[in-house]
Design a protein around this ligand. Structure first.
Ligand code: HEM
Length: 125
């Protein structure tokens, strides 16, 4: 008998793969950079590189065939004096951007759970 079981679909595939995630990350940084409380942090940031790394990270978290190739998150955020409140705002902007792309709630919850584990590497103030 043929085995017709399907491998479970990754969250990455479920949301629409690379183009969908690139679009979510674009909206996410539009929102972050339009937020007066956050924009200052990014004053001297290479946004092309930042987006590329964030796309890799979100893709990896969603089980996609992509690996994060950026610096350790603790190193990327060291010395930036990021507060708990800023962290919460950034997470909110990501949630809003995922909602705007009609990403399923269970998938959003998993992404948020994964991001919550980065808190101690990001919040330094
Ligand atoms: C929600 C958790 C967060 C994750 C997963 C995350 C992830 C990342 C990643 C992947 C990079 C790219 C590193 C690089 O290309 O060098 C980055 C850079 C950066 N992040 Fe975050 N980040 C988070 C929260 C925050 C928060 C709350 C702030 C500030 C309010 C922030 C500010 C920055 C800045 C300013 C950079 C650019 C660093 C540079 O210019 O080299 N991040 N982050």
């Amino acid at each position: 008998m043929v085995n017709d079981r399907q491998a479970p679909q990754s969250d990455y595939a479920a949301v629409g793969g690379a183009p969908a995630i690139a679009s979510v990350v674009d909206l996410f940084y539009q929102r972050v950079l339009a937020d007066p409380q956050l924009v200052g942090y990014f004053a001297s940031t290479d946004l092309t590189r930042l987006k590329r790394h964030q796309v890799q990270l979100v893709s990896q978290v969603m089980g996609g065939p992509v690996s994060y190739e950026g610096p350790e998150l603790a190193a990327a955020h060291a010395g930036r004096e990021i507060t708990e409140q800023d962290f919460g705002r950034v997470v909110e902007h990501l949630i809003t951007s995922l909602h705007a792309h009609e990403v399923r709630k269970d998938i959003i919850d998993r992404v948020v759970e994964a991001l919550a584990t980065t808190r101690d590497d990001v919040v330094t103030h």
